[in-house]
Design a protein around this ligand. Sequence first.
Ligand code: MEV
Length: 314
Amino acid sequence: MKNGSGSAPGKIILMGEHSVVYGKLAIALPFFSVGVKCTVLPIKGEIELESICYQGILTHAPEPVSGLKKLIEVTLDFLNKEHKDIRILIESTIPPQRGLGSSAAVSVALVRGLFDAFEADLSFDTLNNLVSVAESIHHTNPSGLDAITILNERFVSFEKDKGIEFFNASLKGYLVVADSGHQGQTKLSVQSVEQKLKTHPKETVALIDQLGDLADHSKDCISQGDMKKLGTQMTKAHFLLKDLGVSDVHLDQLVDAAHLAGALGAKLTGGGRGGCIIALCGSMVDAKKISDALIHKGAEQTWLYHLREVVTHG
Ligand code: MEV
């Protein structure tokens, strides 16, 4: 065994969060401004984990770390290695529970780090299968979108039953990503939609269908490079997500502030009920103006993300 390392970026869901769980189209992209690095070191004794959530012996880790713990065990089993003699260090610049793919990125970086440490070849399918173990513990019924976006590091459109499609986006513009500073819990938010489907089936199915249609239209806007139309679809999606019950007052305020500052469109991104919003605009000058307005409105942090970065990496 040697010192191993693995890394992974964050992700941004442009359109289709929540409705993707019910088989509708979603569009997402890797977010290279943030990321996770995992380092695996040989030691003697029980497995030690050092991360922002937990530092200590892995077998003593508390419930919130259970997905990670399971993933380490399953990966070591896959590699045919004993559950001992390693120290795992996880460093991340992805704020956790903000809808930016922190848990999936940690999983991807971890599996890459372990395979690197044991000098084993890692196929795409193996990585995908291993990561889905942790994702299904983190949130009961994951669509797989987070992991797929992070694994592929490309602009993707995804439908659960149809699979992934990559596209070379011709978008010239920026996304301003703003962290509300409030944690959102994807698991609870996904469960709340599930519950709403039971209590208000007709209304909820209609919202999910409309979110799916907006994602379909957005795909055309992206292919045609039509930023203005894309912005309009994004804003419509935010209000549907709000009706679905997955927004909150902070996210709504940030979306309003983004519009007032000249965004072409804005919406929450990811699981919601806390977390981040994204705002679309055409120039760096507009992005800075929107970012200032969002900070003024209470955003904890913002990132200006040139959409060209995604194409360059793809
Ligand atoms: C979470 O990043 C996205 C959701 O659509 C859940 C999922 O796709 O599994 C809310």
